[in-house]
Every structure is written in structure tokens, then in C-alpha cells.
Ligand binder design. Sequence first.
Ligand SMILES: *Cc1c(COP(=O)(O)O)cnc(C)c1O
Length: 390
Amino acid sequence: MPTIPLIDVAAGNGELQREIEAAIHEVVADGRFVGGPVVEAFERAFAAFCSTRHAIGVANGTDALEIGLGSLGIGAGDEVIVPALTFAATAEAVCNVGAQPVIVDVRPDDYTLDPDLAETAITSRTAAMIAVHLYGQTADLGKLGAVAERHELALVEDAAQAHGAEWNGRPVGSVGSVGCFSFYPSKNLGAMGDAGIVVTSDGVVARRARALRHHGQTERDHHELVGRSSRLDAFQAAVLAVKLDHLAQWNESRRALAARYTSGLVGLDGISAPAVRLGADHVYHLYVIRVHSDPPEDRRVELQRYLAERGIESRVHYPAALHLLPAFEGLEAESGAPIAERLGREVLSLPMYPQLSADDVDRVCEAIRRFCAEASPAAGELSKPSAASS
Ligand SMILES: *Cc1c(COP(=O)(O)O)cnc(C)c1O
């Protein structure tokens, strides 16, 4: 049986190979490789896609967060609230602008930043909160927006996993003060290398972001800020422009596959399919189940091994809550983050990409059903040791 990969980047690019090659050849002929008309055209297209006035292409998603935070004036002396379950880059960006991350727990149902706990973690130094649309599900931008407004904080969206998701009919990235995206190849919209973008409708913030990515220049040889070199190159912009036209359809495909998984996993003991919060949207960057287990038992490791033996890849996003990583030790809010810690032991990502076949989803579900069926009689025997030994 062929292996079912966790993700197949080549499958998505293969569908569009001719268009992508033609777009790349145009850049070669044009000769403007950093900035220039191809980059500007993609920035306009992505701003329109997000319903924002501005989009500023940068070198990667982490830079998008750093430049987004920097363009809001966040830096030394500021605290920024981040969710405990996310990719490390969310907190790394905060540290890299000189601010301090305050790690707050996520909610047990949708795994995104808990607005109530975030509010209790606010101090006089808090300048912003970063809402991460984890795995592709929109964070609770309604409640987080209300908290931000009450305390006059900036709300930054880390939308690196949620290109094309909507909140109340508004595209992610357009709800907060700034939206930050990564186009790392495996994201829902992926480049053929590193790339990222900052979106905002605030002209002042956009102007600062443009300056920050380009050595602080607001015009040639006028360095108004201390910036950096973090530009989007024209090859990546050309590829992204081709792929952007297909993003909505690819997200639809992800949703259909997710629905198939969820119905295929219904009623399994100790396995939870992802829940979509009422009013939230989900574009399934990852399809993440929970494998309930209490230490020292580790059913997740057993399931991963079982799937691997049957040619099915799986991975853990993410095994450790941020504050359990050496880099961010001791930075959790007073309330701690027990939910993120537990999720770190229980989450498991199953194969998900738009070209994944329905048959492959069925094969994965069937394998998990067998795993559960084989596990329960064994558990039954183990609970009667005296009968077995006498
Ligand atoms: C991928 C990702 C980033 C970082 O993007 P890079 O392009 O790899 O720098 C930031 N936040 C989240 C949630 C991500 O998934």
C-alpha cells in the first residue's frame, strides 16, 4: 500500500505547473527580483483578498509578526499576550522586538487563546495580544476584540495557518490592528521558498511596516527608522499570485476532507475529532484529533506507531506548550496553562492537503477504528489479572 503523507506540497504545485513556470519566466525576463511590479501586483491582490487597504510583502511569517508588532510601536518594556499552544514563532517575534511574551492558556474546546484568561493577565505594561488562528480555526476575535478595546490594547492576528478563513464574514487578518501571514511552502497558501506578508487598513501602520522591511527608509536614502532587510522577492510573489486564485477552492477541499474524517471517526472511545466553535470558521491547515490518555499510558505514541506500520504519516503540533520550552521557560501567566500542557500530550495531526483522496481519508479512519477495537479487548483482559494468573 502506498504511503499516505501528512502533506503533499508537490501535488498542489503540480496542478498549476505550467502557469507557475510561465509566471517565473516573466520575472526572469523582467529582471526586477526584489520589489517591483510583480511584488506590487501580488500585494494588491492579497490586500483585496483580505479586504484590507494595504499588504506589505516580507521575507517570511516570523518577520511579518516582528514587523507587524514593530509597526504598532511595540518594543522594549511592553508585554504581549500570546497563547500557550502555537508555533514558537509567535512568541519568538515578541522577544525579537524587545518585548516580553506573557503566555496564556487556550480554551479546551477550540484550542485558541482564552479571552477571559487573557483579560486577567493584563498589566499596566500590556501593549498587545496575539490571536493565533490555530490549525486554521479562527480565534474568538469577538471576545478578544472586546478585551482589546476595553484595555486599549492592539490585537495582532497570527494568521499563518488560516489564509482565507473568515470571522463573521470578514477575512482573517482584517479584524485586528494588523494581520500577519506566512507563505512557508506547507501553509494553505505556500510559496516555493520563504515568504510572508503583513496586512492592515491603517495607513500609518502600513507606512511604518513598509519602512521597517526596507532599512527604515520612507523614501530613497531617507532612513526614518532603524529597520531591516526583509523583502518579498518577485519569484515568490509570482508563484503566490498564481496560487492565490485557487486558495478558496483548496480550502473547500480541505473542509470536505475534514468533514469526511469527522464522520469516519464518530463514536470512537478516547478519540476526539476537532470541534468548530459556533460562529468560527475553519480552513483545516491541519486536521488534529485528540487521543485521550493519562500518564504513564501513552495511547498517542501507540496510535502513531500503529498508523506508521500501515503507511500513514502523522505528527504532533505541538508536543510542548510554549512555557515548557527552554526558550520561553517561566514566561507563563499566573494562571498557568494546564490545558495547553494536556493538549501537548494528546493532539495528533492526520494527513491533510487539498489533493488528498477521499479513499485515503477512509483508509486512515479505518486504521484508527481498528486500533481502538484492538485496544479495548486487550484493556479488558488486563483488568482481570487474577483470572489470568490463576
Ligand atoms: C508558520 C508559522 C509562523 C512562522 O512563519 P515562518 O514563515 O516559518 O517564519 C508563525 N506562526 C504560526 C502560527 C505559524 O504556523
